[in-house]
Design a protein around this ligand. Structure first.
Ligand code: ATP
Ligand code: MG
Length: 367
């Protein structure tokens, strides 16, 4: 490891060092921390001279009232929570890299980040890390679509000091991103804690109607953040999980149902509304599961479909990476457009497929 960890972290650095894993990106070695240790976040990376802290976990409130006033004691900036994957972009020894949440240098995302106007930003702010959500129809990890985005795109929601993890105040961050043309997450203004719950409620109604995920509320200094999500995303998450029911942990499913229950108590004015909510939730769970069982019965593969496009070597590296950790990929289309390789593939949900096939042929279950 190029960097002396004792110099960066106030922790037993010999022990900390042992927990870092080594990987390579285009022949260049780097180290990442797969699990939080000694107060250092999961996904912390050391590349050359640069230490890039992992992105912290954001707590959730299940009720806006009094969740918001209990959490904040000053102005609350409300931003849209986009549903893609978390990316950190930083510069190390003159090269830009994009890290996933776990600290992996992702070839696909790194290529994409290098096409953003980040060079000018890092020339002026070399010690910063740009954090954002990678969204859009063509990416290797997530499948949520945004009507206004027709390719993979980054939306910045944070700029931090890469080594201390200290965030930039929200207003400064919005200004600096504007100045460097870095696209940002949509915002819903800044509110007093007492008015924030109502403002968020309005934003949530609007986001829900448009099938979007939710909001992240932040203190002005960017240090405290709280998330809250829409019914639409609870259903979308459930539908996404129940079309491969044995590939998701039960905690994932339980959490979404509970979120919906609290929201019903807070939002629904009458019983008819709660009944409608219950029906929608039930459909989100059952219909995808039924369809998948029918698919397996008809010998069709089940899983998530993705399309990725880009530099041929990058696309190959991405597919190899997936295969390397045991994903079963079914290639649906593979070709070239304007010198870029475009691959459409299915991440086959083998666990669910095998279990469903087993039960469909009369396998018994002990419960
Ligand atoms: P964790 O619970 O550890 O945060 P998670 O992936 O389950 O992990 P999510 O429920 O998706 O977390 O919520 C946090 C994530 O939301 C952030 O890590 C970030 O990737 C994403 N995100 C999207 N929009 C924003 C935003 N405006 N501000 C902050 N984070 C955002
Ligand atoms: Mg997310």
């Amino acid at each position: 490891m190029d960097r002396d960890l004792g110099e960066v972290f106030d922790a037993d650095h010999d022990d900390l060092r042992e927990h870092f894993e080594r990987d390579t990106y285009r022949g260049r070695a780097y180290h990442y921390l797969p699990d939080a240790r000694h107060g250092v976040e999961r996904g912390t990376v050391v590349v050359g001279d640069a230490v890039v802290r992992g992105f912290p976990s954001i707590p959730r409130t299940l009720v806006l009232d009094p969740g918001v006033v209990e959490f904040f004691d000053g102005p609350v900036a409300v931003e849209e929570k986009l549903n893609g994957y978390n990316v950190r972009v930083a510069c190390a020894d003159g090269d830009v890299y994009a890290f996933t949440r776990s600290g992996y240098i992702c070839p696909f995302t790194t290529d994409l980040a290098r096409d953003l106007p980040v060079d000018a930003f890092f020339d002026d702010h070399p010690e910063r890390v740009v954090c954002g959500e990678l969204i859009g129809p063509e990416n290797p990890y997530t499948t949520h679509d945004y009507a206004e985005v027709d390719e993979a795109a980054l939306r910045v929601f944070d700029v931090r000091h890469r080594e201390t993890g200290e965030p930039m105040p929200v207003a400064d961050r919005r200004e600096v991103c504007d100045a460097y043309d870095l696209p940002q997450v949509p915002e819903f203004g800044v509110h007093d804690p007492t008015g924030a719950a109502d403002a968020v409620r309005e934003a949530i109604d609007d986001l829900d109607a448009r099938g979007r995920e939710g909001v992240v509320m932040k203190s002005a200094d960017g240090r405290r953040a709280l998330k809250y999500t829409t019914s639409a995303i609870h259903r979308a998450d459930l539908a996404h999980a129940f079309d491969k029911p044995y590939d998701y942990g039960r905690d994932f499913l339980f959490a979404r149902i509970i979120r919906e229950a609290y929201q019903a108590v807070e939002f629904d004015d009458d019983e008819a509304q709660t009944r409608e909510r219950a029906r929608d939730l039930g459909e989100a769970i059952l219909l995808p599961a039924v369809e998948s069982i029918r698919d397996v019965a008809a010998d069709r593969l089940i899983g998530d479909e993705h399309t990725i496009r880009g530099d041929p070597a990058t696309i190959e590296a991405q597919l190899n990476r997936f295969r390397g950790y045991g994903l079963h990929l079914e290639i649906l289309d593979d070709g070239y457009e304007d010198g870029e390789r475009v691959v459409r593939f299915l991440k086959v949900a083998d666990t669910s497929r095998e279990k469903i096939a087993h039960y469909l042929t009369g396998g018994t279950i002990d419960e």
